[in-house]
Design a binder for this molecule. Structure first.
Ligand SMILES: *[C@@H]1O[C@H](CO)[C@@H](O)[C@H](O)[C@H]1NC(C)=O
Ligand SMILES: *[C@@H]1O[C@H](CO)[C@@H](O)[C@H](O)[C@H]1NC(C)=O
Ligand SMILES: *[C@@H]1O[C@H](CO)[C@@H](O)[C@H](O)[C@H]1NC(C)=O
Ligand SMILES: *[C@@H]1O[C@H](CO)[C@@H](O)[C@H](O)[C@H]1NC(C)=O
Ligand SMILES: *[C@@H]1O[C@H](CO)[C@@H](O)[C@H](O)[C@H]1NC(C)=O
Ligand SMILES: *[C@@H]1O[C@H](CO)[C@@H](O)[C@H](O)[C@H]1NC(C)=O
Ligand SMILES: *[C@@H]1O[C@H](CO)[C@@H](O)[C@H](O)[C@H]1NC(C)=O
Ligand SMILES: *[C@@H]1O[C@H](CO)[C@@H](O)[C@H](O)[C@H]1NC(C)=O
Ligand SMILES: *[C@@H]1O[C@H](CO)[C@@H](O)[C@H](O)[C@H]1NC(C)=O
Ligand SMILES: *[C@@H]1O[C@H](CO)[C@@H](O)[C@H](O)[C@H]1NC(C)=O
Ligand SMILES: *[C@@H]1O[C@H](CO)[C@@H](O)[C@H](O)[C@H]1NC(C)=O
Ligand SMILES: *[C@@H]1O[C@H](CO)[C@@H](O)[C@H](O)[C@H]1NC(C)=O
Length: 443
């Protein structure tokens, strides 16, 4: 059983889960059910229901401790305006269809510590869940100071821990969790708002994400290691649109990432498809990306990303950072149409080794008017660097196998995009191509 599950819910932002500790096995026996209405919640979207909802949660966790069974707090149809709610062990929030939990927009609605600025926070809790088919809405747009189609300017939010691209308006944020299951969730974030991730998974093991639908401005599924390693994350059957990376490991990467699988995923209209942005010395191994369709395009360069369908980098963040190693990466059954090529960039102390591409179809075409000809080492490192576009740019690699890979090119009007493979033997060793084709479209 999962110690945390999240299902059948639409999210417009803001759940934070810290440190789930397993206490007792989940029971299938009948649960206690408490309605927030019984505790005095108005559900009118005008008056704050924080106290009645929290009272119901507190009573529920007590009931669960006494009975040893999970307890449900139900939200019947209605709009429940609230300050931060603290979800406790043994409690499942059952947010029913047509019920919305609406985060307040006053600063005092949120905890003093900005790390906890979420509508629902579960900290040191076990056997908790959120389900029901309803919605949690963090009203992210109310925090926009200046709307800008390129990138909205946010009140205060973006200044904190900026260097580490920590996300304060992330929709679902797991920290130090074990055995988490997230399924049948839709996440909507504003497409123009930065630091507006879909699901962030920090320092957590045994996470399963399935059937997700994410449409947001910043990274959609983003495993990170700040304080401990991350093992065994599986994300399957998802649809993603983002102005940043659809899947991104890092950039916070102080510890290892191991045993990750991404399968059956559709990525549309995104600035980057599959990204590994390793900057802080953590090592990455045994990662598989399979059955993935990707469309990537350029957006304003203030957003990290350069239309790469696949992006693998280990340059150390700054002169004090260590380089991390990446090994045993598999890309299988991948189809991409993109405005830029694949970027595989290890670093002197952070080699990429044993990479394998199998059954990969890449179509290169330009359809926006944003400038190309830049490679993107951000965050940190050398930043944006002028470099001609290529099908694969490769540096600092030891062991790359490419098998059944087709590259198709549209006619390039500028004549600058005319290079399928770009690498130097001094930094790239032991690469092989079996059944590799490159050719113009419709030929
Ligand atoms: C939710 O609202 C929709 C549209 O108003 C309505 O058709 C549906 O019956 C409602 N469902 C519930 C469970 O109240
Ligand atoms: C994840 O597993 C690793 C390796 O066993 C362990 O060091 C780490 O503490 C675990 N993390 C959590 C949140 O349990
Ligand atoms: C996390 O789950 C794994 C696998 O079920 C289990 O072996 C491990 O003890 C759990 N760790 C913690 C900290 O609960
Ligand atoms: C984690 O999940 C596994 C498999 O579903 C289960 O065997 C194990 O007991 C769970 N561990 C915890 C700590 O809940
Ligand atoms: C990761 O999964 C593997 C295989 O299921 C398991 O052996 C290992 O204990 C898991 N790691 C952690 C840290 O739970
Ligand atoms: C792939 O995911 C989609 C949902 O995005 C699902 O409808 C489909 O059944 C999945 N395909 C397979 C082979 O699992
Ligand atoms: C990818 O596209 C192919 C061809 O259109 C389709 O058969 C397949 O189901 C798609 N897979 C995903 C994961 O979107
Ligand atoms: C990564 O691997 C290298 C080489 O084995 C090792 O020196 C380094 O300590 C590892 N990094 C971490 C964060 O464990
Ligand atoms: C790639 O294209 C070839 C030829 O059109 C096709 O046979 C193959 O199924 C495609 N593979 C993928 C992964 O889309
Ligand atoms: C890749 O696609 C082929 C053909 O559709 C399928 O047989 C194979 O199982 C797929 N590989 C993976 C790892 O999903
Ligand atoms: C990159 O190219 C642009 C336009 O071609 C040029 O203005 C700029 O000076 C170049 N930058 C570097 C660092 O070479
Ligand atoms: C070359 O790389 C492949 C994996 O890509 C590996 O199996 C093989 O051992 C390597 N050969 C040498 C000579 O390093």
């Amino acid at each position: 059983m999962a110690t945390f599950f999240f299902s059948h819910t639409q999210l417009f932002s803001s759940i934070f889960i810290l440190s789930l500790i397993h206490l007792s096995p989940s029971s299938t026996s009948p649960t206690t059910t408490l309605s927030v209405k019984t505790y005095g919640a108005a559900g009118d979207g005008i008056q704050y229901d924080t106290l009645p909802i929290q009272a119901a949660i507190d009573a529920c966790t007590t009931a669960s401790t006494t009975s040893g069974r999970p307890c449900h707090v139900t939200f019947p149809p209605g709009t429940y305006l609230t300050a931060t709610l603290f979800l406790k062990s043994g409690v499942v929030l059952d947010i029913q269809q047509n019920a919305t939990v609406l985060g307040g927009t006053r600063l005092e609605d949120y905890p003093r510590n900005a790390d906890r600025w979420y509508v629902v926070v579960a900290e040191d809790a076990a056997e908790v869940g959120i389900t029901g088919g309803g919605e949690i809405n963090g009203q992210g747009l109310k925090f926009v100071q200046r709307f800008d189609e390129r990138k909205n300017v946010m009140y205060t939010l973006q200044n904190l821990r900026q260097e580490m691209d920590c996300t304060l308006s992330t929709s679902l944020h797991l920290v130090k969790c074990n055995n988490t299951s997230i399924h049948d969730v839709s996440i909507y974030g504003d497409f123009n708002t930065p630091n507006n991730d879909g699901i962030d998974i920090d320092d957590s093991n045994n996470t399963v994400i399935t059937r997700c639908n994410i449409n947001t401005g910043d990274d959609a599924i983003c495993p990170k290691t700040y304080d401990g390693p991350l093992y065994n994350l599986t994300a399957t059957d998802c649809w993603i649109r983002t102005k940043s990376s659809a899947i991104k490991l890092g950039s916070a990467s102080w510890f290892d990432f191991k045993g990750l699988v991404f399968d059956n995923i559709t990525i549309v209209d995104s600035h980057r498809g599959l990204g590994l942005q390793i900057r802080d010395g953590g090592n990455v191994s045994d990662i598989t990306f399979s059955n993935i369709n990707i469309t990537t395009r350029y957006y304003d360069s203030s957003w990290w990303g350069r239309a790469e369908p696949i992006y693998v980098t280990t340059c150390p963040r700054n002169s004090k950072s260590k380089a991390g190693l990446i090994s045993n990466l598999r890309f299988v059954n991948i189809t991409a149409t993109s405005e830029n090529g694949v970027f595989l960039s290890g670093s002197k102390g952070g080699m990429l080794s044993n990479l394998k591409f199998t059954n990969v179809n890449l179509t290169y075409r330009r359809w926006t008017n944003f400038a190309d000809g830049l490679v993107d080492y951000r965050p940190g490192c050398q930043g944006l660097v002028n470099h001609s576009t290529a099908g694969f740019i490769m540096e600092h690699i030891e062991g790359l196998e490419v098998e059944n890979v087709n590259m198709r090119w549209s006619e390039d009007r500028s004549g600058r995009w005319n290079n399928p493979l770009d690498f130097r033997p001094s930094t790239v060793n032991n690469i092989s191509f079996y059944n590799f084709r490159s050719g113009l479209y419709n030929q």
